[in-house]
Design a protein around this ligand. Structure first.
Ligand code: GLC
Length: 572
């Protein structure tokens, strides 16, 4: 077997710096805060940390609107703080991975400020400018991903500019070689600082179609989602191959692209030997609740139009659909490329609320999800708080939400004819703020996230007295202890990092079961996603010892609700 790379064997932990640890008392997290928690991450067995953007930004989209690609936002600290973080992390065997947001910049970026002045300035062509239609309206009917038109009028220049996301996030013009060169330079700046790789944001949108045409309306607003019009457009791979050549060549680093719109059968052009990245985040298993292709907007039948009271996302799809999506991704990366396993990130609701039935015990659900995460084939990504069993929040009114996309989703739902209560229901289920509440370090005020008097920028979840790192570290039955156990188990069993994947019990709507086989050794993971007891078939249990069970007590022939187990090789 070919030797595996560090990022294939390791575990990656995603940090949302604004919510991780505040050392200045400002109410928002900072880089010294991350440095102060590196021992916690080392103890968890983390090999690399993916930092969401820490660059200077007006923070309209919490840093995904970048005003300077080679700086640090003062609210996070200084460049010295960043250098210290890289050095201290390295001492603990942890590599830092940065987030590159290259589809768009902030409208406060110097490039945009210049570009918008007139049609002849040196950067006039750095963004995507178009004339109005003869009646003065936007060039096309495209709806931005955060809601509203994807075009904003600029009085100064007398033209519209395109933004796939918020108006404050104008799309860069990748057709212009100077733009590409400037972006590659920015990436190399961070490599020179000792960063080990990149997560590359919204990368499937960088190539726009040759012609800009109206799309078929997919909502009552008469608009067409911009992602239907611009995601994964022919020619994109030429840009990305150049990017790879210019930035990655000669470095031992890793890359993972965020890739909405790339189907599993296209993966061979994107990852592996002939591809451009090492891994690709694709979302087939995360978007089961939505109408086809829609992101963050509109739950699919039978959910759309129903009262949302008592509803959970998993009411909208069957476990077999989730399993099929995961197995398809496993198959697509079997011989080529590598799979990033994730069930949470800063854009998604918490997995305990996303993938389990209403009424599921959060702690058990968190352990069940962890078992899938750490025993599937690929690199596990843990999102901060997931290892503690964080759950969604549900604030009463839209004004309490910070997430720009939640506001767009709310407005969109109202326009579609949903009641304000139903619109809030969508927000509760899918708001990105669910993932962004502050880390819960201990049971003291504000969960130890901030030392100061300032209020945390988002409220701390009210379960913090029980769900927090300090309490859980002391409790052998906690979610955190289960993570530690699984991480250790993964380290000791090469089947999990290098073995093949095979789905078992594919028809079951209650249990996700799969085998990981390396040579003669075969581990079997079984996870009960339901609230029922399930008797496992003999083919799975006979002659096999239970090596791990989340149920704690003596595990018998019957799988308890939400129980996760790993069986060892058959001894018959
Ligand atoms: C990606 C990020 C998301 C951000 C968007 C625009 O999807 O993950 O947080 O809002 O891109 O940059």
């Amino acid at each position: 077997m070919e030797k595996q790379k560090w990022w294939q064997k390791g575990i990656i932990y995603q940090i949302y710096p604004k919510s991780f640890m505040d050392t200045t008392g400002s109410g928002t997290g900072d880089l010294p805060g991350i440095t102060s928690k590196l021992d916690y991450l080392r103890d968890l067995g983390v090999g690399a940390v993916w930092l969401t953007p820490v660059y200077p930004s007006p923070m309209v989209d919490n840093g995904y609107d970048i005003a300077d690609y080679t700086g640090i936002d003062p609210s996070y600290g200084t460049m010295e703080d960043f250098d210290r973080l890289v050095t201290e992390a390295k001492k603990r065997g942890i590599r830092i991975v940065m987030d590159l947001v290259f589809n768009h910049s902030s409208d406060h970026h110097a490039w945009f400020l210049e570009s918008k002045k007139d049609r002849t300035n040196p950067r006039a062509d750095w963004y995507i400018w178009r004339d109005a239609k003869p009646n003065g309206s936007a060039p096309t009917n495209w709806r931005s991903i955060f809601g509203g038109s994807a075009w904003t009028w600029c009085e100064e220049r007398g033209q519209y500019y395109l933004h796939t996301f918020a108006p404050q996030q104008p799309d860069l013009n990748w057709e212009n070689p100077e733009v590409r060169r400037a972006l590659y330079d920015a990436a190399r700046f961070w490599l020179d600082k000792g960063v080990y790789g990149f997560r590359i944001d919204a990368i499937t949108y960088i190539k726009k179609p040759m012609e800009f045409k109206d799309g078929k309306p997919d909502g009552k607003d008469g608009m067409a989602g911009v992602h239907f019009m611009t995601a994964n457009t022919p020619g994109i791979l030429d840009f990305l191959r150049e990017f790879r050549r210019e930035v990655f060549k000669g470095h031992d680093l890793f890359s993972v692209g965020e890739a909405n719109g790339v189907a599993p059968d296209e993966l061979k052009d994107w990852v592996g030997e002939r591809g451009v990245f090492d891994m690709l985040f694709e979302f087939s298993h995360m978007l089961l609740s939505f109408q086809e292709g829609e992101v963050w907007c509109y739950p699919r039948e039978p959910l759309a139009g129903k009262p949302l009271e008592g509803w959970t996302p998993s009411d909208g799809w069957k476990l077999t659909e989730l399993k099929r999506a995961l197995s398809a991704s496993q198959a697509a990366t079997r011989d080529n490329g590598w799979y990033p396993i994730f069930f949470e990130n800063h854009d998604q609701p918490r997995s305990v609320n996303h993938f389990f039935p209403k009424g599921a015990d959060t702690k058990k659900a968190a352990k069940a999800m962890a078992t899938v995460l750490l025993t599937l084939r690929g690199t596990p990504f843990i999102f901060q708080g997931q290892e503690l069993g964080f759950a969604n929040v549900g604030w009463p009114s839209i004004e309490e939400y910070n997430d720009i996309s939640s506001h767009g989703q709310y407005e969109f739902a109202l326009k579609e004819g949903f009641t304000p209560e139903q619109a809030m229901g969508f927000v509760h289920l899918f708001s990105r703020d669910n993932a962004r509440t502050p880390m819960q370090w201990d049971a003291t005020v504000n969960a130890g996230f901030t030392s100061g008097k300032a209020k945390p920028w988002l409220p701390v979840h009210d379960d913090y007295a029980v769900v927090n790192a300090e309490v859980e570290a002391r409790d052998p039955d906690s979610v955190l202890s289960w993570y530690h156990k699984l991480v250790q188990f993964r380290r000791e069993h090469q089947e999990l990092t290098a073995g093949d994947y095979e789905e078992l019990m594919p028809e079951s709507e209650e249990v996700y079961a799969f085998a990981r086989t390396l040579g003669h050794s075969r581990l079997i993971t079984v996870v009960n996603f339901s609230l029922n007891e399930v008797k496992l078939p003999e083919e799975i249990t006979r002659g096999r010892a239970i090596l791990l069970s989340s149920h704690g007590e003596e595990a018998g022939a019957v799988l308890h609700p939400l129980e996760a187990r790993v069986y060892g090789t058959c001894q018959d």
